[in-house]
Ligand binder design. Structure first.
Ligand SMILES: Nc1ncnc2c1ncn2[C@@H]1O[C@H](COP(=O)(O)OP(=O)(O)O)[C@@H](O)[C@H]1O
Ligand SMILES: O=C(OP(=O)(O)O)[C@H](O)COP(=O)(O)O
Ligand SMILES: [Mg+2]
Length: 412
């Protein structure tokens, strides 16, 4: 475990680079919650500022790449433009940010050539490349080497500061990095990447016990596999949020219209068998008629009735989870306990967040774009030990896996 920590310290970092006058390509994770063009929480933008400012203060030209959301068809693009993020970044940096509304071609190349030293440019959502001419071709998320090579050709150096995306092997992180290295150009970690790995490494490599993981949210198929490995590390694993109902289905319970990943039911069955009483599931849920804050809703125990969907954990589950958490010395939490964006389904997340804040002498870590937004929005983030920008990334780091985004950074 100490090996992982040593690994990052042995990586090239931004302070090892000569930035003066250089075209510095930077991968950041600006995948922030956004609705109708309005940013819900800018924690991930704020977290990237130290590295961006460092590059600008050292006279580099900061050329930023990020994804936003997931794009599977042409129609997904307009709502997932990074333009609002460029505006927010400009406010936070207190300087202009050139936004380039395309991901390749003459417009991008000209904009880069026109950059002054110490200026900053944001490229449009890298996942626009996943749909080309109306076809879902996954150039970015399938790591098409041609795309990584093209982006790499635009700069002199590459800094990866996107810890939240480090578990992905995509063209804009691993792809650019590999292509830069082939061209003899340096690939370094940013300050956020460094900080996250050091903190998580210290907290979870030799966790104070009991060590409890809490897993919720909506990315069930992405994250359910992590639980298997976590069974060997954590003393208890609490399941909540949208993750719950694939487990309910595995137990043969009724799930109504709740979120479920049919093809992960077998995985859930195996986890329940292997995990036994290490796995703690909600005993009650807040169910609603529709995915809507104003829909008719009520608390039910056990099965979810037909025609209803579960959108939050219920009060008995909160009490049971608190009972498991009360003696914990290390807690890692990813994924909200319910649809916290709607006030009627925010209670489970709020109560668990508040309770974690009362644990004295425990290390409490919350990770993930939405989980971070939740604890901040609900006003319970101040009493937690660490807020990580990575959800899936923290979980895979916790598993002890080499994350492709980190592996692709140069060793010192
Ligand atoms: N019961 C539920 N049904 C549907 N969605 C849910 C449920 N509980 C939580 N969610 C949703 O999960 C989303 C966050 O999931 P995820 O991206 O996995 O977490 P994070 O960003 O913290 O890693 C939130 O938008 C929240 O509304
Ligand atoms: O938001 C993210 O992860 P998270 O929801 O687990 O916190 C990352 O930006 C990765 O996004 P992705 O899961 O669409 O690849
Ligand atoms: Mg998320």
């Amino acid at each position: 475990m100490i090996i992982l920590e040593a690994m990052i310290l042995a990586k090239l970092t931004v302070s090892d680079l000569d930035l003066d006058g250089k075209k510095v390509l930077m991968r950041v994770d600006f995948n922030v919650p956004i609705k109708d063009g309005v940013i819900g929480d800018d924690n991930r933008i704020q977290a990237a500022l130290p590295t961006i400012e460092y590059v600008l203060n050292h006279n580099g030209k900061a050329i930023l790449f990020s994804h936003l959301g997931r794009i599977k068809k042409e129609d997904d693009k307009p709502a997932l433009s990074l333009r609002p993020v460029a505006e927010r970044l400009s406010n936070l940096l207190n300087k202009p940010v050139t936004f380039v509304p395309v991901t390749e071609g003459a417009q991008l190349e000209e904009a880069i050539n026109n950059m002054a030293d110490g200026s900053v440019l944001l490229v449009e959502n890298t996942r626009y490349e996943d749909v080309v001419n109306g076809e879902y071709v996954k150039r970015e998320s399938g790591n098409d080497p041609k795309l990584g090579e093209y982006w790499a050709s635009l700069g002199d150096e590459f800094i990866n500061d996107a810890f939240g995306t480090a578990h992905r092997s995509h063209a804009s992180n691993a792809g650019i990095a590999d292509a830069m290295r082939k061209d003899g150009k340096p690939v370094a970690a940013g300050f956020l990447m460094e900080k996250e790995i050091q903190f998580l490494g210290d907290a979870v490599n030799n966790p104070q016990r009991p060590f409890v993981a809490i897993l919720g949210g909506a990315k069930v198929s992405d994250k359910i596999g992590v639980i298997d490995n976590l069974l060997d590390k954590a003393d208890k694993i609490i399941i909540g949020g949208g993750m719950t109902y694939t487990f309910y289905a595995a137990k043969g319970m009724n799930i109504g219209n709740s979120l479920v990943e049919e093809d992960k039911i077998e995985v859930a069955k195996n986890i329940l068998e292997k995990g036994g009483d290490k796995i703690v599931l909600p005993v009650d849920s807040v169910v609603a008629k529709e995915f809507n804050n104003d829909a008719e809703h009520k608390v039910v125990e056990g099965d979810i009735p037909d025609g209803w969907m579960a959108l939050d954990i219920g009060p008995k589950s909160v009490a049971e989870f608190e009972d498991v958490l009360k003696d914990a010395k290390t807690v890692v939490w990813n994924g909200p306990m319910g649809v916290f964006e709607m006030p009627n389904y925010a209670n489970g997340t709020l109560e668990i967040g508040k309770f974690l804040g009362t644990l004295s002498g425990a290390t409490t870590i919350v990770g993930g774009g939405d989980s971070t937004a939740a604890v901040k929005q609900l006003g319970v983030s101040d009493k937690l030990t660490h807020i990580s920008t990575g959800g899936g990334a923290s979980l895979e780091y916790l598993e002890g896996k080499a994350l492709p985004g980190i592996a692709a950074i140069d060793n010192k």
